[in-house]
Design a protein around this ligand. Sequence first.
Ligand SMILES: Cc1cc2nc3c(=O)[nH]c(=O)nc-3n(C[C@H](O)[C@H](O)[C@H](O)COP(=O)(O)OP(=O)(O)OC[C@H]3O[C@@H](n4cnc5c(N)ncnc54)[C@H](O)[C@@H]3O)c2cc1C
Length: 380
Amino acid sequence: MAKTVVILGGGTGGTMVANHIARSMKDEIKRGEVSIVQVTNNPDHVYQPSFLFVAINHARVVDYTRKQKTLLSQGVELLVDPATKIDPKSNTVTTASGKTLSYDILVIATGAYPDFNSVPGLAEAADNFYTAEGAEKLRDKLMSFEGGKIVFTVDVPHKCPVAPMELTFMLDDFFRKKGIRDKVDILYTYPIGRLHTLEPCANWAAPKFEERGIRSEVFFNVESVDPQKKIITTVEGSEVPFDILISIPAHKGAPVIQESGLGDEGGFIPTDRYTLKAEGYDNIYVLGDATNLPISKAGSTAHYEADVVSENIISELRGLPVSHYYDGKVFCFVEAGLNEATYITFNYNNPPKPVPSSEMIHWFKLAFNEMYWLSARGIL
Ligand SMILES: Cc1cc2nc3c(=O)[nH]c(=O)nc-3n(C[C@H](O)[C@H](O)[C@H](O)COP(=O)(O)OP(=O)(O)OC[C@H]3O[C@@H](n4cnc5c(N)ncnc54)[C@H](O)[C@@H]3O)c2cc1C
């Protein structure tokens, strides 16, 4: 009887794991010894980093969307049917249509989503670039904006921790090029006492903010937002007006995780930082934004984790010991305007050191945006 690997989630992490195993085990799959089933709730796969460029009208969502079935290697069975319950006792997953899937090994890569209901008034008042619809709506507002106050608010955890800073720099440049920067007041806020959770990133950004006249306020935690008066009230007691509020609220894990009793209070799964197994479960792996690991929720994180998860699953299916461990590696390009970027790379033991920003690094970021599909397919 075939050993079955069920992969929940058809985003970055789930797709990379499915393809990696299918390519390496094509003979076992052909012989009917191994079967790989990917369960997702969306027939489309959207490259989320493109939303940053959608917001400034340098990209369209449609150009960064592929049918999930076209991204999967031969040997991966795709089921577009949201998982509604994971039962680790019976090693089964139930789906919205009522199917019950049994697994020998389960991979959870169900991601994270911005919870706009985490703060009163936020859902009505805020714009965002963390969803496809949000980025398109924000683009329309920004393109017709002729002056006023743009405020960024951020809460943690959220995916791509540098993205709010990137859009801040890009908007500064955008309004300069449009010739109306003097009419636009940009206020970037952050919940802790510096501009970013990663101290080297905060130190890298601070002089650039100063140089470009981007205002910032730290220890800024949103308590509520009045959508009619367009005023943010903070836990710290200030009241801040805005014309456009770009908000990145705290993220949560997928509802199915909470509903299955597998998540912490935010819906993130307690995960072993080296083996990437769900704590307490020897046959469940977790990767990407779904983990509770103290590391950036990023596509590159999911990519490096996918290599560890796939190799160890292949070993387990072949009756070999597992031998790959995740070291916390993350790599991110960071836009510092419309034509320049830096990059950071770090792991559990080594903090990031942003290099001086350059136009060349910006072009590398744009090139990776196009090459992502090769990564997802497991070719790159
Ligand atoms: C604006 C923005 C900019 C970003 N920029 C970068 C960047 O420059 N670099 C970088 O590395 N990362 C970046 N990221 C982050 C990156 O996109 C995510 O970290 C990455 O996609 C995480 O991969 P994942 O597989 O964990 O989750 P996802 O790719 O989000 O995939 C989760 C999948 O699970 C599915 N799912 C959810 N619930 C269920 C269910 N119940 N049943 C079945 N399927 C389900 C979803 O449909 C989705 O297919 C950015 C993100 C945003 C929003």
